[in-house]
Design a binder for this molecule. Structure first.
Ligand SMILES: Cc1cc2nc3c(=O)[nH]c(=O)nc-3n(C[C@H](O)[C@H](O)[C@H](O)COP(=O)(O)OP(=O)(O)OC[C@H]3O[C@@H](n4cnc5c(N)ncnc54)[C@H](O)[C@@H]3O)c2cc1C
Length: 163
């Protein structure tokens, strides 16, 4: 197998990303915070804010969003019920729910009822305001990755740091 990489190191945007997962349609965390989001509101917003939207893909994503949430929790991923309602780039607390899009911004606010959908994974041991937690012996993300044949993320990081 040949792996081609344009940058000087691997990882791309995935290694930089904040770890928010865009989920809606009435997840447990949304409901706990009084947001009665629906599949239709989520769909309408994503269609409104996407240039040349693929309607079929967007509908599929929205209709299965609650299942995705449940699947992630079954893998051991934790979303706590906290809500962070302020403006942010990446919110500095462990709250499980925050605004990550332009849902409240006109014209989207008129095209779909606005709800927060940025679900942030709770990482045990992560100090508030930092991006990374203490490495865990049994990281649920690593475990889920191994089940689908991905190499161990932390072992790879250790190998890279010894180079
Ligand atoms: C700062 C930041 C925060 C983000 N936060 C979130 C978030 O919280 N939640 C979320 O859902 N999304 C987030 N995103 C978006 C998300 O990270 C990306 O959509 C996702 O990682 C893209 O994955 P990918 O595999 O398509 O691309 P990448 O992970 O970027 O991988 C593409 C790789 O291909 C390489 N490449 C490109 N062109 C070539 C070429 N011609 N030849 C060889 N190699 C090439 C690149 O260098 C890169 O390594 C964030 C993005 C950024 C930058």
């Amino acid at each position: 197998m040949i792996v081609l990489e344009r940058a000087s190191a691997g990882g791309g945007s995935s290694a930089l990303c904040g770890g928010y997962i865009y989920l809606g349609g009435g997840t447990r965390v949304q409901k706990m915070n009084g947001f009665d989001d629906t599949v239709e509101d989520m769909y309408n917003y994503l269609v409104a804010m996407t240039p040349n939207p693929d309607l079929e893909k967007i509908r599929l994503y929205c209709e299965h969003s609650l299942e995705h949430f449940d699947w992630l929790e079954r893998q051991g991923i934790v979303f706590n019920n906290g809500y962070y309602g302020q403006k942010h780039v990446e919110h500095p607390t462990e709250d499980g729910l925050a605004w990550t899009g332009n849902e409240k911004v006109w014209p989207f606010s008129e095209q779909a009822r606005p709800f927060p959908r940025g679900h942030k994974v709770t990482i045990p041991g992560r100090p508030a305001g930092t991006r990374h937690g203490r490495p865990q012996d049994d990281d649920p993300a690593d475990r889920a990755g191994r089940e689908v044949g991905c190499p161990d993320r932390r072992r790879r990081q250790r190998q890279e740091s010894h180079r």
